[in-house]
Design a protein around this ligand. Structure first.
Ligand code: HEM
Length: 146
């Protein structure tokens, strides 16, 4: 697995490619929900915790499941996010939160930690495809300098 992080100021940002549908087939919906629970547990203890409006760990876990709805959908599953929250418009939804290049690094570092347990459960190809997606797409969430 290659968890390298693409520089946010790269001259060329490759087009975002959705994760392979095999990722969802191999991990399953519950696996994606568990993945997002691990991500938000890590974010809850991370230096970027103050960016998140959740007032306690329970609210972080609720936010994790909203995000899981999105990731299940983007991985080719049911349109839970559209049904519950409307169109994704991720850049717009992140606009109220100051996301710096450094915040992205913390976010991706937590995601790497959350993905590690899947290494022994699913194919490297699927895992790499998921990482490539968040690696590139996260560049577009940066909205604040410094
Ligand atoms: C670059 C680093 C990122 C940071 C620091 C970040 C941070 C945040 C924050 C602060 C929220 C608001 C949580 C809340 O309202 O409780 C949020 C929501 C969300 N983020 Fe991110 N995010 C990042 C990248 C991404 C990426 C790349 C994706 C998708 C591929 C994503 C998907 C989501 C989703 C689905 C939500 C929920 C939106 C909703 O409440 O309707 N985030 N994120």
């Amino acid at each position: 697995m290659n968890y390298s992080i693409m520089p946010h100021n790269a001259n060329f940002i490759p087009p975002v490619q959705k994760p392979t549908p095999n990722f969802l087939k191999e991990v399953g919906e519950q696996g994606i929900r568990d993945l997002l629970t691990r991500l938000y547990s890590c974010l809850d203890k991370s230096p970027i915790r103050p960016i998140f409006p959740a007032k306690d760990t329970q609210e972080m876990m609720e936010a994790a499941q909203i995000s899981a709805d999105f990731f299940i959908q983007i991985c080719g599953g049911p349109q839970y996010f559209n049904q519950n929250r409307g169109m994704p418009q991720m850049r717009g939804r992140h606009a109220p939160f100051a996301i710096t290049a450094e915040a992205r690094l913390h976010w991706l570092t937590c995601f790497e930690e959350a993905l590690k347990p899947l290494e022994k459960e699913i194919s490297e190809e699927s895992l790499q495809s998921f990482w490539n997606y968040i690696n590139v797409f996260s560049i577009m969430m940066i909205n604040t300098q410094g």
